[in-house]
Design a protein around this ligand. Structure first.
Ligand code: C6P
Length: 424
């Protein structure tokens, strides 16, 4: 297989030897991967921020707008029925993809952020009070910190943090210090968007259950990249975003245990989430619709269903294997550059690498790479507490997906070396 990169021209692509993915064919499914950026082929290594979209997803969204654009759950005419059918069939696909307890456990939100806020408002505001503790970790994305800071402020509960070690793993050696009879909810990231750390969900779930706490898992960086079986994972709520798993922006999922969802107060009030409304009072629809007030993101949900179809056709196991190969390759290649410091655990980690280059600010590095058509993320990755722990203002981060290649990682390393030559 041959792929073209900006610096090296056409070079043979070696990762195929170690993974079962036909990357050259897969790349043809993603229109944006064949475009030029600054007169160079695009090397897209910012998949943890958002993934590219395959033609199947783009076409599915077009199909909705061109053929059965109508509101759902209320239209008694053909196109409205088709739209409803497609929307609810996307829910079934997502439920199957993560092995949800029930199809109705899947609530469509705008993304991971809204999914976590939903729990913080609908469960947190009605179940937390002074003396209660919410337990999160020092490696959370802001979307799993701020909702709990606000919930703690509004309810009088206390927010506590499981600390991280310098290698980006959780310091879980003294659990009794953090998991106490005051702990009501434990909310944590499955796979770190900064370190790539894969946290031991089952172990943490057990610690939480030993003290009677609920568990929310932020799976924004895991569901797109590795097989998810929510029933064996160990959680009560799972949150993730469609746009990181080949789907459109503006759609995400909160999956929750039915008995919890049934007992929770609504998040937003409006159309669709009600059973009956009088001028005095209202009663609520069943989950998931109780939590989907107003006209939902119909096109985006249908697009997410197409993304799930695509991921299942390729095979999420193969995608995970491919990313592991790329990550090992990137870790080896980047650590061969003496000026590079890599963050996160050495072995078991997801498909991304955060790093810094001595005397080169990550923003400057990103700019040099951009001139070569290479897109990485540089910044605090919406995880400022981690930056404070590492005592750095920012890091550079390359993150991979099914369509990335070792050739692209070579291009990244060449760009890093060029930045060092140019700036130091
Ligand atoms: N992280 C990144 O570049 P939304 O924005 O709601 O789709 O996802 C928020 C979110 C929550 N949890 C984790 C672990 C995440 O990584 C993200 C999004 C992106 O790392 C954008 S900041």
């Amino acid at each position: 297989m041959n792929l073209t990169t900006g610096k090296t021209g056409t070079i043979s692509q070696s990762v195929e030897d170690t993974t079962s993915l036909d990357v050259a064919t897969i790349r043809k499914d993603f229109p944006q991967l064949s475009r030029q950026v600054r007169d160079k082929p695009l090397t897209y290594l910012d998949n943890a921020a958002t993934s590219q979209k395959p033609r199947a997803v783009i076409n599915k969204i077009n199909e909705y707008y061109q053929q059965y654009n109508a509101n759902i759950h209320r239209a008694i005419y053909a196109i409205g029925e088709q739209a409803t059918l497609e929307y609810e069939s996307a829910r079934e696909k997502v439920a199957r993809f993560i092995n949800a307890w029930e199809t109705s456990s899947v609530i469509f939100t705008r993304g991971t952020t809204e999914a976590i806020n939903l729990v913080a408002y609908s469960w947190g505001r009605h179940n937390l009070g002074p003396g209660d503790e919410i337990l999160i970790t020092e490696m959370e994305h802001h979307s799993n910190i701020i909702p709990w800071q606000l919930a703690a402020r509004d309810t009088g509960a206390t927010l506590r943090y499981i600390p991280i070690r310098s290698d980006g793993t959780l310091a879980l050696n003294n659990p009794d210090e953090y998991f106490t009879d005051k702990t009501r909810l434990v909310s944590f990231i499955h796979q770190s968007n900064v370190f790539g750390t894969i946290n031991p969900v089952r172990e943490i779930y057990q610690m939480a259950k030993d003290v009677g706490a609920l568990v929310l898992v932020d799976a924004a960086q895991s569901v797109p990249h590795s097989p998810m079986d929510i029933q064996t994972l160990g959680c009560d709520f799972l949150a993730f975003s469609g746009h990181k798993m080949l789907g459109p922006t503006g759609v995400g999922v909160l999956c929750g245990r039915q008995e919890l969802l049934t007992g929770m107060e609504p998040f937003l009030g409006g159309g669709e989430m009600i059973n009956s409304v009088t001028m005095e009072e209202s009663t609520w629809n069943k989950p998931p619709w109780k939590f989907e007030a107003g006209t939902p993101n119909i096109a985006q949900v249908i697009g997410l269903g197409a993304a799930v179809d695509y991921l299942e056709t390729i095979g999420i196991d193969s995608i995970e294997r491919h990313e592991r190969t790329l990550t090992r390759y990137a870790l080896e290649a980047l650590s061969a550059i003496p000026e590079v410091t890599i963050y996160g655990p050495g072995a078991e980690r997801g498909g991304l690498v955060s790093f810094n280059v001595e005397n080169v600010h990550p923003h400057d590095l990103a700019q040099v790479l951009d001139e070569r058509g290479i897109a990485i993320r540089a910044g605090h990755h919406c995880a400022q507490p981690i930056m404070q722990k590492l005592d750095v203002p920012a890091t550079a981060r390359a993150s991979f997906y099914l369509y990335n290649t070792t050739v692209e990682i070579d291009a990244l390393c060449e760009g890093v070396t060029a930045a060092i030559d140019f700036m130091t």
